[in-house]
Design a protein around this ligand. Sequence first.
Ligand code: ZN
Length: 570
Amino acid sequence: MTEKWTFPELEYKRPDTEEIKNKIMKLTKRVKEAESFEELLQVYADGDSLISIYDSACTIASIRHTIDTSDKYYDEENHFIEQEYPTIMPYIMDYNDALLASSYKDKLEEKYGKQLFTAIELSKKSFCEANIHLQQREAELCDEYQKIIASAEIDFDGKKLNLYGIEKYLENEDRSVRKGAFEAYSEFFSSNEKRFEEIWNELIENRNEQGRNLGYDNFIPLGYMNQGRTDYGEKEVERFREQVVENIVPLCNDLYEAQKKRLGVDELYSYDEKMVFPDGNATPAGDDDYMMAKAQKMYHDISPETGEFVDFMMEHKLLDLKNRPKKASTGYMTILPDRLAPFVFSCFNHTISDMQVLSHELGHAFAGYEAMRNQPIFGYYMESTDIAEIHSMSMEQFAYRYADWFFGEQADKYRFQHLQEAVTFVPFGTAVDEFQHICYKNPELTPKERTMEWHKLEKKYMPWRKYDNNDFMERGGWWYHKIHIFLYPMYYINYCLTTMGAMEFKKKDAQDHSKAWSDYMKLCKVGGSMSYLETLKYANVTNPFSDGAVKNSISYAGEILEDTIRKNDK
Ligand code: ZN
């Protein structure tokens, strides 16, 4: 494909919702009237291309909205789409019903696999018309939270900083600067607490009502369905959390104890946690363009497939990675299905998290690139998120051997810090998951009581956490910064489950690189064409819910970290 186009030049036209509804109705009629399998297949292909064009238009608006949150035009477009999208759903449901009832259903399943109808059944189960207006309100609340976060202008170090900007100071070598930055960060959330409490309260009520409209006690089962979970539920996740407490929390305690000694401080406070080394953490060896050039070189070295992919991303300007004012403070990967193109968004801040973007988000993008080229239908281009984060987190691990290119002499520091953060993240992530379960299950809690629940979870999952007399944080204020709690309910445990997969790939890569890479390619190419457990099995990845899985997955990383600490102690 040598078509010349770039993302910034792509034309955006507001999707005509009424026209799309009409077209879907016509498709539904054609499904019902199809007189041969070939005819049905043609209707299905037409439907796929209609959805793919619509989805791409929506995605362009949404990307441009995050690139400049103050741009009124895309703010409005984004709002328009969020409001209109749910109204299309009933038409898609009718279309899906027609497919389910078609006499050629079995043939379609034979051609594309059973996941197609598993997904249709799932969307049917999670849909009800009464939820449409609730979802519209939900989107508004999420937008408001995102806007408050994006509009952060924190006066610090003589500058006006957004949240990404201030986070960088948490790695400053001067402890008083770190403390000051943490206080300023905390102050931003505490000064917005009232509105955050209201937004969260309304989101809980809203989502629980959506769950009840579908016949559940609360939102949680619907949240699981929205994550595409078809072969595990709350019980399995609970068991996973127990394994985390048992096997990962003690390791993390040891890691922070060692860090305290390394830094030579009496207490390791929250503002010291990111300061892994007394003489400073690894920093990128060059500016943003330098890092991007190295990433391009790295992907060429990893494999021919990743080389082709990274050139495609550069050629079509599908990477928006540098930090600028008014950019949404987030990082993500998405796809433009009509162009078989991934897109990656982030805000570089010249810390090791820039490398994270270049490996993690581009790992997602590579998987999307492969799935879009290997899967026959739109529905299989993206996999459920509990698989997707294995792509990204494993790519972080594959990138370790190239750390010297990005960090020069500080490469070992990078590898240690990154691995420690990957491991210590898991208890935090698991707490984020349990927090959401508590909130949706106990809607009667007052906002202050909810925040106290976060405090209790810190005691359970992060017993090392100390806030140095910061009242707001001591009573649980840390959770407010976690955008996923507001915007992407029930998502967060995915990162913890997938860390297990990534750690397994790390070990396999050390033992047999070509086997590890071929399993990884299988995982990327398969896209969303299988269920969670089927996908894991297909790519030879352990089911993280099975007994002893957490212990096994994490052991190799734990050994590396503990060995490094012992060596440095000598
Ligand atoms: Zn990710």
